[in-house]
Design a protein around this ligand. Structure first.
Ligand code: UDP
Ligand code: MG
Length: 151
């Protein structure tokens, strides 16, 4: 028994391409349980804290612009943030998402079917999914207050 919680964000490209329902349907079909959901205005500081581990990467400034909706005309900087839970939820959500690079993501995964690489070489890959238990705990706490998540 390894019941986990994990953070999922429908990124601005996912919202812009009207993939919200499809993402939720895929996670539902995978047997994951939705424990929290809200639209969030992504401030510069929230974006930077979320992607803190990548702050020295050359693509970091554009990653911050991407998650804040600046490449998709989302002027209110919104994303849909959700907490999923279930047995091995972290890995199972990552399996539904597919590999980080949409070109490497298996056909049928969200990123394999709907991700793209921009002309600048950045990956627009539809959703964020926590990558390991430490990240998941940190990210769930960063995006949600405890009382917003089903007990
Ligand atoms: N990213 C990118 N180019 C890279 C690596 C990452 O554009 O070479 C972006 C991409 O949107 C990715 C995000 O940065 O989803 C976070 O990177 P991470 O390595 O944490 O991948 P993830 O956990 O999202 O699969
Ligand atoms: Mg990651």
């Amino acid at each position: 028994m390894n019941k986990e919680r994990t953070l999922v964000l429908i990124k601005p490209d996912g919202l812009f391409r009207k993939l919200t329902g499809l993402v939720i349907d895929r996670l539902d079909a995978a047997g994951l349980e939705l424990a929290a959901a809200k639209m969030v205005t992504v401030s510069e500081s929230l974006a930077r804290e979320h992607y803190e581990a990548l702050k020295d990467k050359p693509f970091f400034p554009d990653l911050i612009r991407y998650i804040r909706g600046e490449f998709h005309g989302l002027k209110d900087h919104r994303v849909l943030a959700m907490v999923y839970r279930g047995e091995n939820a972290i890995r199972r959500v990552r399996d539904v998402a597919g590999a980080t690079n949409p070109e490497d993501a298996a056909p049928g995964t969200l990123r394999g079917s709907f991700g793209r690489i921009t002309t600048k070489g950045h990956f627009e890959n539809v959703i964020h999914a926590s990558s390991d238990p430490a990240d998941a705990e940190r990210e769930v706490k960063l995006w949600f207050r405890p009382e917003e998540i089903l007990p």
